[in-house]
Design a protein around this ligand. Sequence first.
Ligand SMILES: *Cc1c(COP(=O)(O)O)cnc(C)c1O
Length: 336
Amino acid sequence: MDWANLDFSYRKTDKSYVSNYADGAWDEGQLTGEGTITISECAGVLQYSQSCFEGLKAYTTEDGHIVAFRPDMNAARMENSAKRLEIPVFPKERFVDAVTQTIRANAAYVPPYGSGATLYLRPFMFGSGPVIGVAPAKEYQFRILATPVGPYFKGGVRSLTLCVSDFDRAAPNGTGNIKAGLNYAMSLHAIVTAHKNGYDENMYLDAATHTTVEETGGANFVFVTRDNKVVTPKSSSILPSITRISLLHIAKEYLGLEVEEREIALGEVKDFVECGLCGTAAVISPVGKIVDHGKEIVMSGTAQGMGPVTKKLYDTLTGIQMGRIEAPKGWIHIIE
Ligand SMILES: *Cc1c(COP(=O)(O)O)cnc(C)c1O
């Protein structure tokens, strides 16, 4: 495998994990070599988008272990997603065990240390039983697929240009805080439009007032103030990023920085010096410019790649992930 040149696209691996829910219970689950699913044409997922998902990575550490990063956090988040969508919960311990089994069965696809590539795991659940009236399905499938993906910053780190979107991502009391497939379906037109207009991503504002910063379609914001405070938006319609939660811990406990989670007005974004997007895939992507209806807001510290604070956050989190820096208890789940 040419690890360095893999992109972020689906490549079938040897095994996926599958468990089915019927008659009020999940079956014992198993690994399968079958990558195609046959379901009713009237399945809940096809008619009413009853589905949610997760994303995490397995990789090889400096000392040669295959590990996963905080899979218990993905298990907990998927439990919240499932409850909000009336999908039966897949128990957290079983989730972590299923992740472990899937990685072990695809160990040949876990890229070597230093390649920058990872084995991406995609747990997902969906209504597989037929529904015609709007109601939760009676049958479900939980699956995990594994696919190797290349280094995120292949041609080197590039600062992104964002546009303040006129579309909304999530309503107050809606589904923005869970990882539901439907949040992505409705984001596609907005992101295609942004790309057409020459932007990398959308900055979504709160849907009720369009005055505070929420997140992009698939990553949370971290900002850095002139005096090195790390600030991140607080809102009940933001997806709680495990990367963001981990970065805030690192800022406080490893770097001794002040951390603030609070509402951020669009008007104060110009006062920050660094801006990054955080998520599992990139850890942090620097944002160089945010365009608000023709008005350019330049993030001077991250205009040409990472800034001093985002770089330290990035280096510390990737150092912890790769086993070069001691991890907080429970962050690194050793597979083998
Ligand atoms: C998955 C996701 C993120 C990033 O979460 P991580 O757990 O850090 O990967 C951020 N925003 C949205 C909308 C997401 O779906």
